[in-house]
Design a binder for this molecule. Structure first.
Ligand SMILES: Cc1cc2nc3c(=O)[nH]c(=O)nc-3n(C[C@H](O)[C@H](O)[C@H](O)COP(=O)(O)O)c2cc1C
Ligand code: SF4
Length: 442
């Protein structure tokens, strides 16, 4: 049963395994009725207008207006493409996995309708290599959709066409960056491209391309079915709609929870995720995945969980993945673990990211080994400053933002760790406790 603080829209009926089949999708949530309506009776501009007016913001990280992005694609007879970003590799994020596994047809219907808005004839779902079983679920659902005439040529006798391919990635976080994803789809090494030109103008195979996240596209069928006004009843003025939030870390019930955006962060953590483990207190959170600047518990708890509130607090909602650290978690070790991840995943193309992630790892290792001095903390901060805004893509910033926030907000703990480590005392290492139960639909 969903928690009373949840607002199930995308996860409606998610407990029923039949939802993953075409018949179940039709029976349980009236699936594909909107595709039929859109393909048979709507023009490109009508679909676009509904999406723009809904205010739907991208759920993959940047929070850009989906309708606006679709409207940037030039008009004309050239081949246009739609890519669904299902790479979901950011630590803390696991909501797309659940959306694809439980309701693959919702995503396929969303892609088909968004393809109308973008006038795209070819669509791809680029799915993270490790999501093997979810890719199998998608393959089966795509086959069913072709069989039923929702994909392919002359869809439902409307003379409109859409080919949809599920493409499995090879397990690199950087391939979630939209232009690296395009290179990977084209069979090259997944390296970010210089922007501009933006993908909407020159993307896959040089053609105009709309790239959106799984959750963004999963919202499309209901927006087109029920209208922008209906969608805006959820969330806030600047963050309309619901959001599937992945909550992990030191909480009793980690899992995915769908909320109306703007719910107090405290409710997310204490009510939905059950709060900290017995005897523990929350110390800090990453509010939007491992790339978001860390907030202290005092900063975070009273904030509404929305794009604008997180930005005003100097962080970001990002992919909507909350990672909770309690008083047992060593912040210097958490910073080191974060830096190691981004260092490992850097494609190495630009110097500030390639060298900066490497230096940061080395300096944080010195901190936890007790070999650093307080001045090294200033150097760590200065390295982060020199990464931010100086790279081709935001992977470098994705390490620099949380690490610099941790050093700034928990400087005393860094200094204490250095002093203790110099005396041979290890920073306390958390051994994960078994969660009480699994949360939400997971
Ligand atoms: C290093 C890096 C990794 C990213 N990984 C993902 C990802 O796994 N999934 C995703 O949807 N967006 C990811 N993004 C954001 C995409 O570049 C892009 O903004 C997004 O797919 C656009 O979709 P949206 O507007 O629907 O959010 C990543 C960005 C960067 C810089
Ligand atoms: S910021 Fe890092 S991951 Fe992005 S292009 Fe530069 S080196 Fe590659």
């Amino acid at each position: 049963m969903p928690h009373t603080l949840e607002t199930r829209v995308l996860l409606e009926g998610a407990e029923d395994p039949r939802l993953a089949t075409l018949q179940g999708y039709r029976d349980i949530v009236g699936g594909y009725a909107t595709l039929e309506k859109a393909y048979k009776s709507m023009e490109q501009d009508e679909v676009l207008k509904e999406l723009e007016e809904s205010g739907l913001r991208g759920r993959g990280g940047a929070g850009f207006s989906m309708g606006k992005k679709a409207s940037f694609l030039p008009r004309g007879d050239m081949d246009k493409y739609l890519c669904c970003n299902a790479d979901e590799s950011e630590p803390g994020a696991f909501k797309d996995r659940e959306l694809m596994q439980r309701n693959p047809h919702q995503l396929i219907e969303g892609i088909a309708i968004a393809a109308l808005a973008a006038d795209a004839g070819h669509a791809f779902i680029f799915i993270r290599g490790e999501y093997d079983s979810q890719a199998d679920v998608l393959d089966a659902a795509v086959a069913e959709a072709y069989e039923a005439g929702y994909l392919g040529t002359d869809i439902l006798g409307t003379r409109r066409n859409l080919e949809l391919v599920v493409h499995r990635g090879a397990g690199a976080y950087i391939c979630g960056e939209e232009t690296a994803l395009l290179d990977a789809l084209e069979g090259k090494r997944g390296n970010p491209r210089l922007k501009p030109p933006f993908p909407a103008v020159q993307g896959l195979y040089g053609g105009p391309t709309l790239i959106n996240n799984v959750e963004t596209l999963s919202n499309v069928p209901r927006i087109v079915a029920k209208g922008a006004e209906w969608f805006r009843q959820f969330g806030t003025e600047q963050s309309p709609g619901t959001k599937v939030v992945s909550i992990s870390g030191r909480v009793r019930r980690p899992g995915n929870y769908e909320i109306s955006l703007g719910l107090p962060t405290r409710d997310l953590i204490y009510e939905l995720a059950g709060g900290p483990l017995p005897g523990r207190t929350v110390k800090a959170i990453y509010p939007g995945g491992s790339s978001s600047p860390v907030l202290t518990a005092e900063e975070a708890m009273d904030l509404p969980y929305s794009f604008e509130a997180m930005a005003e607090a100097g962080s970001m909602l990002g992919s909507g993945s909350v990672i909770v650290a309690d008083d047992q978690v060593s912040i210097p070790l958490m910073a080191l673990r974060t830096a190691r991840f981004y260092h490992h995943e850097s494609c190495g193309k630009c110097t500030p990211c390639r060298e900066g992630t490497n230096w940061t790892v080395k300096m944080l290792e010195r901190v936890v080994r007790g070999e650093a001095t307080p001045m090294d903390l200033d150097i760590i901060s200065s390295v982060q400053e020199n990464i931010m805004g100086h790279c081709l893509c935001v992977l470098g910033d994705s390490m620099a933002m949380p690490v610099s926030a941790m050093v700034r907000k928990f400087r005393g703990e860094f200094e204490q760790t250095m002093a203790e480590a110099a005396e041979g005392i290890d920073p306390h290492v958390v051994v994960d406790a078994a969660p009480e139960t699994l949360g939400a639909a997971t």
